[in-house]
Write a protein that binds this ligand. Structure first.
Ligand code: ZN
Length: 392
């Protein structure tokens, strides 16, 4: 292999016009020479210093203490392998330093990328806890307001059964359940909606609505308590608030996290209607079942009611599916449209039931259940005509 002695490059020299010149670098056994358009000069190999420089350290500079202000450079780094430098004192060390710096530079770049990637992964992983932390910072009054806004939208198209006697009977049923709820943050309000579908839903702040269909389908008060316990848990665990915050995206979340809570509320209030179509994740449903189950036990209510009511809901769903199959379409009704995976959840609750030792001695309700249902049935028939559906 023929050793290359000349390299394209340039030089700085106080004698050059504007101090610099492009040209060619030559390596001889004794000198590093420069010949360019504006002049020539040499630097002795003995004592020459090498440095990297220029954008991204693309260039190699030769300097010499005896020639201050002068330097010769090239972007051809193979110049460092020239035999003239082989026995040069210090050159090998300088070369090694350059190589080391180059690797160090790469390591820093890689390190920064890894750190950014980790930060993104970390943020993603922390999203759940962060959403939870923000939700807990939302004042209870806000949640109430949000719930009211959403409920107002419901009452424009649904009809409430408002009867003081019924309400008192319902309280006999819900009272022990609410007593078993650990959180004191919410005041629960229960409304009966005239609707034959088996459904119930809860809004942030503690507004809970129960369809008359569900109340009439239940065979025992514990069955209603079971569904309500689940709904109450959606409130105390702030599932809808969390879900709303999640859908707002990381920017709004970070804003709220660092104090812009007014902005967050404005957005939440604007989207309160979305609360009515919110679907919870499987995890949120499981969580509501768990918490609800706990509230039932804390209120000394037989939690079996939760299981048998879910079975009724599932059974109803299957029947409707069969009918819909014949018609070729299925609109998932009521509770199941907003509460999926009911079969899996029944299985999980059955496991809890099996583990639970106590099977007797649960509370009885201060309520004649059949009479309650009869009163409700009679009130339904007494209702004035329902407002036309579909109009908002
Ligand atoms: Zn649910």
């Amino acid at each position: 292999m023929v050793q290359k002695d000349s390299f394209e490059g340039g030089a700085f020299h106080p004698g050059f016009p504007k101090g610099k010149s492009s040209g060619t670098l030559y390596v001889t056994p004794s000198h590093v020479k420069f010949t360019g358009t504006h002049g020539s000069f040499d630097l002795p190999v003995e004592g020459v210093q090498v440095e990297e420089g220029g954008a991204s350290d693309r260039l190699v500079f030769f300097k010499h203490p005896q020639h201050p202000g002068c330097s010769i450079y090239t972007d051809d780094k193979s110049v460092l392998d020239h035999p003239s430098f082989r026995h040069h004192r210090g050159m090998q060390g300088q070369k090694a330093a350059i190589v080391k710096r180059r690797w160090l530079g790469r390591a820093v770049v890689i390190g920064v990328f890894v750190a950014i990637a980790l930060a993104i992964v970390g943020l993603w992983a922390a999203k759940g806890p962060m959403v939870g932390a923000i939700a807990r910072q939302v004042p209870a009054a806000w949640e109430e307001k949000l719930g009211e806004l959403a409920f107002k939208q419901i009452t424009t198209r649904a009809r409430l059964v408002e009867d003081p006697a019924l309400q008192r009977q319902l309280e006999a049923l819900t009272g022990p359940l609410v007593a078993g709820v650990k959180s004191e943050r919410y005041k629960f309000k229960f409304h009966i909606v005239e609707d034959a579908s088996l459904n119930a839903f809860a809004l942030p702040g503690g507004t809970v609505a129960i369809h008359s269909g569900l109340l009439l389908r239940a065979e025992r008060p514990e069955e209603i308590a079971g569904v309500l316990a689940h709904e109450i848990a959606h409130v105390t665990r702030q599932h809808s608030v969390r879900r709303m915050i999640e859908t707002l995206g990381l920017y709004a979340i970070l804003g709220a996290f660092f104090g812009d809570t007014e902005g967050l509320f404005a957005i939440l209030a604007e989207n309160s209607g979305a609360l009515l179509e919110l679907k919870f994740s499987r995890d949120a449903e499981r969580d509501a079942d768990e918490q609800g189950w706990g509230s039932m036990l804390a209120g000394d209510i037989n939690p079996r009611g939760m299981i048998t009511m879910f079975q009724k809901l599932d059974q109803e769903h299957e029947e409707l599916k069969k009918k819909a199959g014949a018609l070729g379409k299925l609109e998932t009704p009521g509770f199941l449209s907003t509460h999926p995976h009911v079969k899996d959840r029944i299985t999980q609750l059955e496991e809890k039931w099996t583990k639970l030792g106590k099977k007797e001695g649960y509370r009885t309700f201060d309520l004649n259940f059949k009479e309650f249902q009869n009163t409700l049935r009679s009130r339904l028939s007494q209702q004035p005509p329902a407002p036309a559906k579909g109009k908002k």
